[in-house]
Design a protein around this ligand. Structure first.
Ligand SMILES: [Zn+2]
Ligand SMILES: [Zn+2]
Length: 264
């Protein structure tokens, strides 16, 4: 076993993912109050004191809310790019200078035995990132909050053993739903979020059918239904010839509860 991965919570009300290797314990995003993140960690028997780092994808409140509090309370280094640091400062407030780690897209860095590769995504934040995480021979993709995915990203994420990938909305539900026009347009734009169909399209191009785990992430409460997202992607991959449930396994993430802990 190389990685353990648990989605502590995913959705527009807050995002926090837990990743563990032999030597490292990290979070990707902490978009809840510090108290809630501690609770979420306690639910899977992880002591927040042991967290080695928090990687931040972008400054939106559902990703950054608890980052500062956790860093101050447990002396945790925070990794984000320069623009995200500037944008999230009013949210996370002052943290110890030694815990400010400035990273750059496409420049790898290490957190103990995890090699991290940040890459640019397309979202209405100042400079949002996705992440690839490597340990031993295993690779994890973290890809949420992006309106589109280009060929460059697809080639990076291909070959991952676990995909934490956004299936934010169903286009029809969003179009017919109660959101104001400007918000619908924002979500549907190139700098918005991936729909169920877009997620399927990407997976169709990057999965190789070698026992990958696909975790559907950042599902909208208003504009999606977990079973609908699951069905569109599950059935779509089956139609494309994947041996779904065997070569490729699809899982839902939850807004208010953690997933199982995946060992890869
Ligand atoms: Zn988000
Ligand atoms: Zn966002």
């Amino acid at each position: 076993m190389s990685f353990s991965f648990c989605s502590l919570s995913s959705g527009s009300s807050g995002n926090c993912q837990y990743i563990e290797t032999k030597n490292a314990k990290i979070l990707v995003d902490a978009g809840f109050t510090g108290k809630r993140v501690i609770e979420l960690l306690n639910n899977i028997d992880v002591d927040p004191k042991e967290i080695d780092a928090i990687l931040v994808t972008h400054e939106h409140i559902d990703h950054a809310k608890g980052v500062g509090i956790l860093s101050r309370k447990y002396n945790i280094p925070i990794y984000a790019n320069e623009k995200t640091w500037i944008a999230m400062e009013p949210i996370i407030k002052t943290v110890k200078s030694e815990n400010i780690k400035i990273i750059n897209a496409n420049k790898n860095f290490e957190i103990k035995d995890i090699l991290v590769h940040p890459f640019n995504v397309s979202h209405d934040a100042l400079d949002p990132l996705g992440y690839l995480l490597f340990n031993e021979m295993k690779k994890i993709t973290i890809l949420t909050d992006t309106g589109c995915v280009n060929e460059g990203i697809k080639s990076k994420i291909r070959g991952s053993h676990l995909f934490f990938i956004e299936a934010n909305h169903d286009v029809e539900m969003l179009r017919n739903g109660s959101y104001p026009i400007y918000l619908k347009e924002r979500i549907l734009s190139q700098k918005g979020h991936l729909s169920n169909d877009a997620c399927l399209e990407i997976l169709n191009e990057v999965l190789v059918g070698e026992n990958e785990r696909v975790l559907l992430a950042h599902l909208s409460k208003e504009n999606n239904l977990p079973q609908l997202a699951y069905k569109i992607i599950h059935d779509g991959l089956k139609r494309s010839g994947y041996d779904v449930d065997k070569e490729v396994n699809i899982y839902l993430t939850n807004r208010d509860n953690h997933t199982e802990i995946f060992h890869i």
